[in-house]
Design a protein around this ligand. Sequence first.
Ligand code: FMN
Length: 141
Amino acid sequence: MSKIAVVYWSGTGNTEAMAKAVLEGAKEKGAEAVLLAPDEFDVSIMESYDAIAFGCPAMGAEVLEEDEFEPMFASCESKLSGKRIALFGSYGWGDGEWMRDWETRCKEAGAVLICESVICNEMPDDEGIQSCKALGENLGQ
Ligand SMILES: Cc1cc2nc3c(=O)[nH]c(=O)nc-3n(C[C@H](O)[C@H](O)[C@H](O)COP(=O)(O)O)c2cc1C
């Protein structure tokens, strides 16, 4: 059984709704999957997961949330090489620049992005939830 971590930050619940759908998708594929906040995850436990979904909304000016998520993610970055990951998050008024920059960062760290990232404008609609579930299924199989 594969072990999946869904590590996310959410200020107003939009990315949280996405994370829950990712979790559901991974579990439906038989994976042992857990939802974790940034303070429950760091590089020291990264190795114990077969794959990781990272979720964070666009914050600041097209960046990851800076107080909790960014330090956690930065600590993992040096160990991302070869790691199977997927990214998701909600945004407001932008065009997804934060996600493009985040993907570039992951690729430069050598991570294996196993599927397309999922971005949703504010609260995910049904289609967004289905895309998040599919992301979880990809990770879980
Ligand atoms: C401080 C702050 C900064 C934000 N910066 C951006 C941004 O740069 N680009 C964007 O598209 N949305 C931005 N947003 C909008 C959020 O990404 C959007 O509301 C998202 O749905 C929040 O997700 P959450 O409910 O998971 O916290 C910002 C929101 C806040 C509160």
